[in-house]
Ligand binder design. Structure first.
Ligand SMILES: NC(=O)c1ccc[n+]([C@@H]2O[C@H](COP(=O)([O-])OP(=O)(O)OC[C@H]3O[C@@H](n4cnc5c(N)ncnc54)[C@H](OP(=O)(O)O)[C@@H]3O)[C@@H](O)[C@H]2O)c1
Length: 272
């Protein structure tokens, strides 16, 4: 049995769609009654470790979708609880959705790297790490034109090897359905071509007048964002602007996993 966690999220719901109709798949969510699927759904909440023994019973492969929208100590506690429960339940293989290698300067990298280490240190689990790049959809959101129609995201001339979330879902499905072929592998799953603020603006037919990081911080802090999200967003702008997210130095694995070129990020952003 394969159990997919976080199926009400953006990535998990795409994974679930691709697995519809299979007899060997379980869906996991904090809110099972909100999951739209014919597949059996189990309660999976990493914040409630006491529920995980039942959730993981009979599971051989766990597709652990990171639960990263929180402070580091909360996220590492979640992922630590999930991995410990997987070990106790006798799960054989954990496939973990991490963050691309070029993302080490991002504020949320720490929890991903901690989780990778925890998996590698496991005495019983086999594992595969899917180092997902930042979504094209995310770039589209953080570089969207303002009310005046101008893109002011503080990206300077920096570029991001953004990747369609649907491509990452497809890659995760391929790996999770044949885990033995991918055991002990860490895949760098980013877009083939990095794109910057000017190209995003052009694709949207908007002018690009990049602002400063401080202006973005003030705007995000004044929005309804949680406190921990302010450095996340500003750190993402900064890492792109300073050229750290244009892709990993080494090989990119997405095209090989998909068996086709990844969708171009600008097409995703422009909705083409
Ligand atoms: N690469 C990127 O650009 C990017 C962007 C944003 C986030 N991420 C990371 O990638 C993950 C997946 O992305 P996404 O687009 O699916 O994010 P998302 O839409 O925010 O969904 C995240 C899902 O994680 C699950 N989750 C949250 N807290 C949990 C907990 N305590 N226990 C178990 N599951 C929990 C939830 O699923 P249920 O509601 O079904 O419980 C939630 O819907 C995110 O959680 C985050 O770590 C990556």
């Amino acid at each position: 049995m394969l159990l997919v966690t976080g199926v009400n999220g953006g990535l998990g719901s795409l994974v679930l769609e691709a697995l519809a109709g299979r007899a060997d798949v379980l869906a996991g969510s904090r809110t099972p009654d909100r999951v739209r699927t014919e597949l059996p759904v189990r309660l999976v909440d990493f914040d409630r470790p006491e529920t995980l023994a039942e959730a993981f019973a009979g599971v051989r492969t766990l597709l652990l979708i990171s639960a990263g929208a929180a402070e580091d100590d909360v996220v590492t506690a979640r992922h630590g609880a999930a991995i410990e429960a997987a070990e106790r339940a006798g799960i054989e293989h954990v496939v973990y959705t991490s963050l691309s290698g070029d993302g080490d300067h991002l504020p949320y990298a720490l929890a991903h790297r901690w989780t990778e280490r925890r998996l590698r240190a496991s005495a019983s689990l086999r594992w595969t790490v899917l180092r997902n790049g930042l979504y094209a959809e995310l770039l589209g959101a953080i570089a969207a034109p303002g009310p005046d129609g101008v893109v002011t995201a503080p990206l300077g001339d920096g570029r991001l090897a953004a990747v369609a979330r649907a491509d990452l879902a497809e890659a995760a499905v391929k790996v999770a359905l044949a885990p033995a072929e991918h055991a002990g592998r860490t895949y760098e799953l980013v877009g083939e071509r990095a794109v910057g603020g000017a190209e995003v603006a052009e694709a949207l037919g908007a002018p690009y007048r990049p602002g400063r990081l401080g202006e973005a911080r003030t705007a995000v802090a004044a929005s309804d964002a949680f406190d921990f999200q302010v450095p996340m967003v500003v750190g993402t702008y900064s890492a792109i602007a300073h050229g750290f997210l244009a892709g990993p130095g080494g090989p990119r694995d997405l095209a090989a996993l998909l068996g086709r070129p990844p969708r171009p990020a600008l097409e995703v952003i422009a909705g083409r």
